[in-house]
Design a protein around this ligand. Structure first.
Ligand SMILES: [Zn+2]
Ligand SMILES: [Zn+2]
Length: 336
């Protein structure tokens, strides 16, 4: 079998290795589909707060149980992998916020991830496996994790109205976020990106686009009024975003501020008088992961606008390069 390792020297390496043994009370999962996330690319290029090396990367994937030492999980069961390894007992876990678990470990970050042919799960790790019905195409459900991250972000708000949303960044997650908001009944969805090419393809139908390479968001949107603002880009919110928000508006700190860009201090009075809600979001909770998986299994969200670029597991380094050139929005690994 193969595994893709990010070494301590920052080199991504495909390694041939012997298959794992089934842990006591656990299972072996043979990977069927996985995707490369922008975060994986960021890890290779510049590291990540929760990453420790050397590490098998990958936190978005689905597979089939091929060995089991657990009577509740039968061979042949299809499973989606929730990337958080949570305790289930701490206060955040009990409240359903498993992404904030006090003992959280994350596959592909500080636990070995899914960029390998076979992944072992011990008895203690089985809470990360969510079964889905046989006969569902693995590629149809492989985006459960990023979709769940979008669900976790919007769940933090109580919207007064679902009038106009602005998503900054037209990459995979931004586009998926737009599809989710469309599904949730938002009337007007605007996507902004400084790469006009990304605004020309792989978007849900009916979204409006703003090319920020040629015009400033503030200029375009002053007097327009935004009810939900989502930065889905590494730049963060490096402009006076409160000026375009409607009273009662919501701002999701969905993506972090990478690359050392200096952020604007927030005008507290604007947040105060407009009664803005600002909420951070990192990863997804197990409940949102189950909901996202269900949506995909039941075909309740249309993500058919994506044109997947497919690579085998040994093609992950090439896939990372394709992703970094922004030629496609999502890379799928479909052979292990
Ligand atoms: Zn991801
Ligand atoms: Zn916990």
């Amino acid at each position: 079998m193969k595994k893709v390792l990010l070494n301590e020297d920052g080199r991504l390496e495909v390694v041939e290795t012997s298959p794992p043994v089934t842990p006591p009370g656990g299972v072996l999962v043979s990977m069927r589909a996985a995707t490369i996330c922008r975060t994986d690319l960021k890890m290779v290029q510049s590291g990540q707060r929760d990453l420790s090396l050397p590490r098998i990367l990958g936190h978005e994937g689905v597979g089939e149980i091929i060995e089991s030492r657990n009577p509740l999980l039968k061979i042949g069961t299809m499973v989606a992998i929730y990337p958080g390894l949570f305790c289930g007992e701490c206060d955040p876990c009990r409240m359903g916020y498993t992404a904030r678990c006090e003992k959280i470990r994350i596959y592909g970050f500080n636990e070995d991830g899914v960029f390998r042919s076979i992944v072992p799960f011990s008895g203690e790790q089985l809470g990360s496996l969510v079964a889905f019905p046989q006969g569902i195409d693995s590629e149809q459900v492989v985006l459960a994790e990023p979709l769940a991250c979008c669900l976790s972000a919007v769940r933090k708000f109580q919207f007064a109205k679902k009038e106009r949303a602005l998503i900054i960044g037209a990459g995979a997650v931004g586009s998926m976020f737009a599809a989710l908001l469309r599904k949730q009944g938002w009337k007007e969805i605007i996507m902004a990106d400084k790469n006009p090419e990304r605004l020309s393809r792989e978007l849900p139908q009916g979204v409006e686009v703003i090319d920020t390479s040629s015009s400033s968001l503030l200029e375009r949107l002053t007097n327009v009024g935004i009810d939900l603002l989502v930065p889905a880009c590494p730049g963060g919110l490096d402009f006076h975003f409160w000026k375009i928000m409607n009273p009662g508006g919501c701002v999701s700190f969905f993506s972090g501020n990478y690359g050392g860009k200096k952020l604007q201090p927030i005008d507290m009075n604007a947040a105060h008088y407009k009664e803005l809600t600002l909420a951070g979001s990192y990863g997804c909770n197990i409940g949102d992961f189950r909901s996202a998986l269900n949506m995909l299994v039941e075909g309740k969200i249309d993500l058919s606008f994506f044109h997947f670029y497919r690579v085998p597991v040994e093609g992950i380094p090439e896939g990372m390069e394709v992703l970094s050139r922004q030629e496609v929005k999502k890379i799928i690994i479909n052979q292990f």
